[in-house]
Design a protein around this ligand. Structure first.
Ligand code: B1H
Length: 830
């Protein structure tokens, strides 16, 4: 009946609104009890925290579904240009707290539960993380979905519903071990299974020519079929009724095709074989940036791409009789090259199935697709062996060759016969093994290519995509990344948010983040400063409790909490941090008693996962544990220095750690971090940054000023020359000394750490740790000095939050919407 409400009149709409689920504590409580009994199927008189969490989640889910329906029906009626965001990774983390915040019913939920004898905060802890991604790229997708919903854009996210998300990191004796992430084992109340929304996905087989009405055409006769089934995850906007959809695909065996069997064994084998279809969406690849030329990965990519494009084209055809309007109604955004087969898939559908002529199809494709790259180095670019692609997707390989042939012809006209340039720009890499360069394909097939920070675009222009930038300068742009203040401030740091709203006199900054700058005028106000420090202290206490619970290490909240949390990578230089800690330890050990009273106590916190095959990264984790073991048990050091490794770093750990840190470290060798988004989350929460000028940090420095953070190290432009000279550069004594301590076995495991030491010795040191070491120590000393001056520190902290608005994903999304996607808000009017 609600649907027909759209036929018209306002009174009817209002009448219908009475039908919406109510959000007062009493109604919420009633619904929770209903779900305890009928969904969770537990007695009203006996259910535990987990069951209460499930019942509350279903209560929220009902409200999400209601809004989701209204939004989708409204979009359908208005038929605006829609954005389709294609990503193989989404790091959503937990949903309960975020949903109640965005729906504006967190307090009501807490009240409702209180009366039932439950603590909201405790139920929140029952939820596991949805970790369908690796790191920055995947969390960026999640933040952008929040902004798309909040800003009322008619957008859909598409991804894969991995049965196993990113591995769980377990530390045994200081070594990382990986365990599968069984995140679905306890059910997932946040998804809606759509058994009727499914598409056939075909692989292998051959291409044949067919005569249709006297015209020759190519037909792909596939060899294997599986089914893609949709799981919808509603994404609520904040302060709006709009709730958009993240549609994730799961692989299921197909019912198609005969299954002739002559005995029981045949039959059993045939069924079991079909069940293998499910492996396609079973596990997330855990390497960020090293591409895997593996068949399963390619299958995942195509599976995801074809299901999504079939769904998108089906939706388009629901309200359009031809493809004339396609690029006016559909924007397809590729999150890195991982979904770039979509370019070929849409092309194939248009020419083979819709019988559209090549040139017209190609311009429809180019006008619809845009692409964002997250990579800085040519080695990081994805390549797929042509043989592999040709066996799995024979027709697609043909289309790629045809696109490349036409592109090469066009290039020859423009550039003449410069073979070296032509071969650089070709989509096909010739060599011992022929490869398809997915980045070149994406650049050729998209109307816009975006970098993720200003310096990233400069590097693309100078190095990675130099030739393409010269060929199509207007195609290349950048949109500096951002993070959503809903999750990273409102959900994870409610006390700070309360304080900010009190001083700004409004909560409007949660939607209009530019208002945060209003804090600037109070930065030196002693009352605000006092309250600001109180909030930080409470957050630090919470973090200290967690640290003690997981590691047994007792830490003092008076110490400076100094944090580096991110994936473990040589270029991110966790090793530089460890060398700095060893240096600090060494200084304390060699100090007179009187000197020790001047030391600023520190709790150093490191967290992050290493890709399973990344040996050096795993050694860094072990070194961290070995150093921690020595320091934390040394009575000469006591509370002056502690080191803790937080295991199994993920979104919800970040939500706990970030609000409780004083200082955060972002140490990438300049020119290696395309953007970096962790720094933005710390900035919003008033944590001071100690960082190199790299990626988006360069823009943070411009925004809040050099004097409000601790910047050190070589600049992007200086790095290449330093690398050239490094074998002749003198390594600082202090650096040589700490490396020698590790090498000589001061922290044990002498042989095991040898190869780690080698990475920075004898002119090796590709990431320039030796070169930046003294500058790093100076920045650390400056941080110590400032920390003693709590007024100054707090002012810098307030100015960090006040200056963070540019790093909201709301701003990023607004820029994409205007400059790349050409989409407009479509706000559900209820
Ligand atoms: C980033 C990746 C990435 N860059 C390949 N590249 C992957 C590459 O599964 N894979 O094959 C997964 C991830 N991720 C990060 O993106 C950058 O390193 C960060 O600097 C950036 O902030 C982030 C978001 O743009």
């Amino acid at each position: 009946a609600r649907r027909s409400g759209f036929a018209g009149r306002a009174e009817r709409m209002f009448g219908l609104m009475d039908g919406f689920l109510k959000n007062d504590p009493w109604s919420l409580q009633k619904d929770v009890m209903h779900h305890v009994e009928y969904t969770v199927a537990r007695s009203r008189f006996s259910f535990d925290d987990f069951e209460a969490y499930l019942a509350l989640s279903h209560t929220i889910r009902d409200r999400l579904i209601e809004r989701w329906h209204d939004t989708q029906v409204y979009f359908k009626r208005k038929d605006p240009k829609r954005l389709y965001f294609l990503s193989l990774e989404f790091l959503m983390g937990r949903s309960l707290s975020n949903s109640t915040v965005n729906l504006g019913i967190k307090d009501q939920c807490a009240d409702a539960l209180n009366q039932l004898g439950f603590e909201f905060e405790q139920l929140v802890e029952q939820e596991g993380d949805a970790a369908l991604g690796n790191g920055g790229l995947a969390r960026l997708s999640a933040c952008q979905m929040d902004s798309l919903a909040t800003l009322d854009f008619p957008a859909w996210g598409y991804g894969l519903r991995y049965q196993f998300g990113l591995f769980r990191q377990v530390i045994l004796d200081g070594f990382q071990h990986e365990q599968p992430d069984y995140w679905l084992n306890f059910g997932n109340p946040w998804e809606i299974e759509r058994i009727h929304v499914s598409y056939a996905v075909k692989f292998y087989g051959a291409v044949e020519e067919e005569l249709l009405n006297g015209v020759k055409r190519k037909v792909w006769i596939p060899g294997e079929t599986v089914e893609a089934v949709a799981y919808d995850n509603p994404i609520p906007g904040y302060g709006t009724r709009n709730t958009i959809n993240l549609r994730l695909w799961a692989a299921k065996p197909s019912g198609e095709g005969d299954m002739e069997s002559y005995n029981t064994g045949d039959y059993i084998n045939a069924v079991v074989n079909r069940q293998r279809a499910e492996t396609i969406s079973s596990v997330l690849y855990p390497d960020d940036r090293s591409y895997q030329g593996k068949e399963l990965r390619l299958k995942q990519q195509y599976f995801f791409v074809t299901a999504s494009t079939q769904d998108i084209i089906r939706r388009y055809k629901d309200s359009h009789s031809n493809f004339d309007d396609f690029s006016n109604k559909v924007a397809l955004q590729l999150n890195d090259t991982h979904p770039s087969l979509a370019i070929i898939e849409v092309m194939r559908i248009l020419i083979d199935e819709e019988n559209i002529e090549w040139n017209r199809a190609w311009s429809i494709v180019c006008d619809s697709f845009s692409f964002t790259t997250h990579t800085v180095s040519p080695e990081g670019l994805e390549k797929i062996p042509a043989d592999l692609l040709g066996s799995l997707l024979p027709r697609h390989l043909e289309i790629i060759y045809e696109i490349n042939f036409l592109f090469m012809e066009e290039l020859k006209k423009k550039l003449g016969l410069n073979y070296s340039q032509l071969s650089q720009m070709s989509i096909v890499e010739e060599g011992a093994v022929k490869n398809i360069r997915m980045a070149n394909l994406s650049i050729v097939g998209c109307h816009a290519v975006n970098g993720v920070s200003r310096v990233h675009l400069e590097l693309l222009k100078k190095r990675v995509f130099k030739d393409f930038c010269e060929l199509w300068p207007q195609k290349f742009q950048y949109k500096t990344n951002g993070a959503t203040q809903r999750r990273w401030m409102v959900v994870s740091n409610p006390n700070l948010c309360g304080l900010i709203s009190k001083w700004l006199g409004t909560e409007a900054w949660i939607r209009d983040v530019d208002l945060l700058i209003g804090l600037k005028e109070f930065a030196s106000n002693t009352d605000l400063q006092h309250e600001w420090r109180m909030v930080k202290r409470v957050n630090k206490m919470r973090l200290a409790e967690y640290i003690e619970a997981i590691s047994g290490v007792k830490v003092s909240v008076d110490a400076m909490f100094d944090v580096q949390i991110k994936r473990i990578h040589e270029y991110k230089r966790q090793l530089l941090n460890l060398f700095g800690i060893i240096h600090r330890y060494d200084c304390i050990k060699n100090m007179e008693k009187s000197g020790k009273t001047k030391v600023v106590p520190r709790v150093c916190i490191i967290g992050g996962k290493a890709a399973p095959g990344y040996e050096i990264a795993k050694k860094i984790i072990k070194l961290c544990h070995a150093v921690a073991e020595t320091i934390n048990n040394d009575p000469d050091v006591g509370d002056l220095l502690k080191l803790v490794f937080i295991p199994d770093y993920n979104v919800s750990v970040a939500e706990l750690v970030i609000p409780g840190s004083d200082l955060s470290q972002h140490l990438s060798t300049a020119g290696h971090e395309a953007s970096g988004t962790g720094s933005m989350k710390f900035l919003m929460n008033g944590c001071l940054l100690l960082a190199t000028s790299d990626g988006s940090t360069i823009e943070i420095i411009e925004e809040i000023g050099n004097d409000n953070m601790f910047v050190f190290g070589a600049k992007v432009d200086e790095v290449p020359a330093l690398r050239e000279m490094k074998s002749s550069l003198k390594v600082p004594l202090q650096f040589a000394r700490v490396v020698r301590m590790v090498r000589d076995g001061y922290f044990g495991h002498k042989d095991y750490f040898e190869s780690l030491c080698k990475t920075v010795e004898n002119g090796g040191d590709f990431y320039l740790l030796g070169n930046d070491f003294m500058s790093y120590l100076e920045a650390q000393a400056a941080a110590d000095k400032t920390f003693v001056d709590q007024e100054k520190w707090t002012r810098m902290s307030i100015l960090s939050s006040a200056g963070s608005s540019r790093f909201s994903s709301d701003r990023t999304i607004q820029e994409y919407a205007e400059k790349t996607w050409n989409i407009e808000p479509c706000k559900c009017p209820f």
